[in-house]
Ligand binder design. Structure first.
Ligand SMILES: [Zn+2]
Length: 306
């Protein structure tokens, strides 16, 4: 199995800012239990394409992957993995290593957390924004409500609606400004926040020195399928350039941001010889490109079933 993690944090830190994190102590317990059960953690560096295809379906062999370049991956997860002799695969959006701008995906998490219990208020404003700024018709908004204002697997109806609508591919710069406008009445300092959220370039280098694998996760962490092929290519090119500047010479691996890709993404991956591409669920694989659509299982789903 290829397990996917996002935030892994100490439960007493940062809880006021994000709530969708996996508790670090629980993470450690899970991994130690899997080791006791005789599961084998494979080193992602040494896997061939055939082995990647096998491990995606294998219950006994496991690869651990961590998305988004969070600081806790470098400061908590990696030291623990070193203790037990396991190597992980870390997918890092290159932008956080260069401009260190807070990504839209994280602004949305902050916003959802800040408005916990007041989802209806945020929903009203999001609808106004869709209507006035994005010029979305009232009919389409009603359609979105019918479709998404429903209790989800982990979320109540309001949160589910917000998450699903935020995941629509609206203009990311405008949506980012919308999020900021709701975050800035509280002293959220984005300069401080980015250092609280993301690993530094030294952390990135150190993961590499410790023998972990580093994979691409977009430059801007955009929905790739919302971009033209030319723009997708630029995004890939920018992140590869940063990785090469850090001296990463290993085979290229990519986790598409949000698990989102289209046929043009796959064409680009073939052109630039990406060895393996990862998504976030089993329903979205492509039989003609299995190594570029390797399914991962979210840690929350994996450990509920074990
Ligand atoms: Zn991501």
């Amino acid at each position: 199995m290829i397990i996917m993690y996002h935030y892994v944090r100490l439960s007493d830190s940062f809880t006021s800012k994000v709530n969708n994190f996996y508790d670090f102590d629980l993470f450690k317990r899970n991994i130690l239990e899997l080791l006791e059960d005789g599961k084998v953690f494979l080193d992602p560096k040494s896997l061939t394409i055939e082995q990647w295809l096998e491990v995606a379906d294998d219950q006994d062999n496991i690869v651990l992957t961590f998305d988004d370049g969070y600081i806790d991956h470098a400061r908590l997860v990696a030291p623990f993995l070193a203790e037990i002799g396991v190597h992980g695969l870390f997918f890092v959006p290159a932008k956080i290593l260069v401009t260190r701008e807070v990504l839209l995906v994280n602004k949305i998490h902050l916003l959802l957390n800040k408005f916990k219990g007041r989802e209806a208020y945020l929903m009203d404003h999001l609808i106004q924004y869709l209507n006035q700024i994005e010029q979305i018709s009232t009919d389409y908004i009603s359609e979105l409500k019918t479709k998404y204002f429903k209790k989800g697997k982990y979320d109540d109806a309001g949160t589910n609606f917000l998450k699903r609508v935020f995941q629509k591919k609206f203009d990311s710069r405008r949506l980012s400004l919308f999020c900021e406008s709701f975050l800035d009445d509280e002293p959220i300092n984005f300069d401080l926040l980015r250092d609280e959220l993301y690993m530094s370039s030294d952390d990135f280098r150190s993961l590499q020195e410790q023998g972990h694998s580093l994979g691409l996760h977009g430059f801007n962490h955009h929905y790739l399928s919302s971009l033209s092929k030319a723009k997708q290519k630029i995004d890939f090119g920018e992140s590869i350039k940063v990785f090469r500047e850090f001296g990463i010479s290993q085979d290229l691996l990519v986790a598409y941001p949000y698990g989102d890709y289209n046929n043009e993404t796959l064409d680009i991956c073939k052109e630039i010889q990406i060895k393996a591409g990862f998504i976030d669920n089993r329903n979205n694989t492509k039989a003609h490109c299995p190594n570029l659509t390797l399914p991962r299982i979210d840690c929350n789903d994996f450990f509920i079933n074990h």
